[in-house]
Design a protein around this ligand. Structure first.
Ligand code: HXC
Length: 260
C-alpha cells in the first residue's frame, strides 16, 4: 500500500512508518492524519506484525507540528464542527492496541511532540528537540500536549514548556522522563527497530495487556488500578502462551508463541 505523506515498510514482524513531508519538516496536515489512521489500522489488523516504529524522514525533524499553513485561514467554526484533531486520539491512540514506539530524529514541536507522546514510548536521537510552542501562535496545544506532557514530566516542567514555548533537548527530555532512551542519530533507527523486534517477539496477548495495564494507570485510582492489574494478570494465566512460557523457562528453551 502506498501513501501520499508517509512510507510504510514491513521488516519481518515490525512495521516501520515514516512521516514523509521533509520539505515541510514533516508537518502534520489532514492527509498525514488520514494516512496514519489507515497505516495503523493495517498494522493492527495484520497478525504477522507485533510492534510498529514511527519516525520522520530526513535528519532534521520528526515533525515540526500541525501544519500551520493548513490552519492559518481555517474559520474557528470549522475547527469546532470538524472536531479538528479528535481523530488522533480516537483513531490512532485508542484504535492501536498493539505496542508502537516513536523514534524521534530532530524537531518534535507542537503536534509533533504530541504525536511522539501518543506512542507507548519514545526513543530520541541526540539532536532531538521537543517543544510546545503553540502559545507563540496565539493558541495552545490541541493534540494532547497539555495533558500528556503534564503526565509525562509533571506540572512545573509542563507549565514551563507550554508558557515559554521553549525547546527541550534530548538530555533534558531523558532526565524529565519524557523519553526512555537517547542514542546517536545514526543509531536511532537500529535501536528503535531492535526494541520493536524484541517486543514483537513477546507473547502477543501479554504485550497488548502490558500496554493496556500501564495506560490504565493514567486513568484510574491506585486501588482500582491494582484490582484491574490482578484481574488482567489472572486472565493471562489462562492463555496457552502462559503455559508455554513457563514450560519453556523450566526446560531452558525459548518459548514458541501462539497468541492464544
Ligand atoms: C507548516 C512548516 C511547519 C509547520 C516548518 N514548516 N514547520 N510548515 N507547518 N508546523 C515549513 C516551513 O514553512 C518551511 O517551508 C520548511 O518547513 C522549513 O522550515 P524553516 O522554518 O525554513 O526551517 P528552520 O529555519 O530550520 O526552522 C525550523 C523550525 C521552524 C524551528 C522547526 O520551522 C519552526 O519554528 N516551525 C514551526 C514550529 C511550530 O510552531 N510548531 C507548532 C505548530 S502548531 P517553506 O516552504 O516556507 O520554506 C501545532 C498544534 C496546534 O502543532 C494546535 C492549535 C489548535
Amino acid at each position: 500500500m502506498s501513501y501520499e505523506t508517509i512510507l510504510v515498510e514491513k521488516k519481518d514482524n515490525v512495521t516501520l512508518i515514516t512521516l514523509n513531508r521533509p520539505q515541510a519538516l514533516n508537518a502534520l496536515n489532514s492527509q498525514v492524519l488520514a494516512d496514519l489512521i489507515d497505516a495503523f489500522a493495517a498494522f493492527e489488523a495484520d497478525a504477522t506484525q507485533g510492534c510498529a516504529v514511527l519516525t520522520g524522514s530526513g535528519e532534521k525533524a520528526f515533525a515540526a507540528g500541525a501544519d500551520i499553513k493548513e490552519m492559518s485561514d481555517k474559520p474557528s467554526a470549522e475547527f469546532y464542527s470538524q472536531d479538528f484533531f479528535a481523530g488522533w486520539t480516537s483513531h490512532v491512540v485508542k484504535a492501536t492496541r498493539k505496542p508502537w514506539i516513536a523514534a524521534v530524529n530532530g524537531f518534535a514541536l507542537g503536534g509533533g511532540c504530541e504525536l511522539a507522546m501518543m506512542a507507548d514510548f519514545i526513543i530520541a536521537s541526540e539532536n532531538a528537540k521537543f517543544g510546545q510552542p503553540e502559545i507563540k501562535l496565539g493558541v495552545a496545544p490541541g493534540m494532547g500536549g497539555s495533558q500528556r506532557l503534564t503526565r509525562a514530566v509533571g506540572k512545573s516542567k509542563a507549565m514551563d514548556m507550554c508558557l515559554t514555548g521553549r525547546m527541550m533537548d534530548a538530555a533534558e527530555a531523558e532526565r524529565s522522563g519524557l523519553v526512555s532512551r537517547v542514542v546517536p542519530l545514526d543509531q536511532l533507527l537500529d535501536e528503535a527497530l531492535k526494541a520493536a523486534s524484541a517486543i514483537a517477539g513477546m507473547p502477543p496477548l501479554a504485550a497488548m495487556m502490558n500496554k493496556e495495564m500501564v495506560n490504565i494507570a493514567f486513568e484510574t485510582t491506585l486501588d482500582a488500578g491494582l484490582v484491574m492489574e490482578r484481574r488482567m494478570f489472572q486472565v493471562l494465566t489462562a492463555t496457552e502462551d502462559k503455559a508455554e512460557g513457563m514450560a519453556a523457562f523450566v526446560e531452558k528453551r525459548p518459548g514458541v508463541w501462539k497468541g492464544k
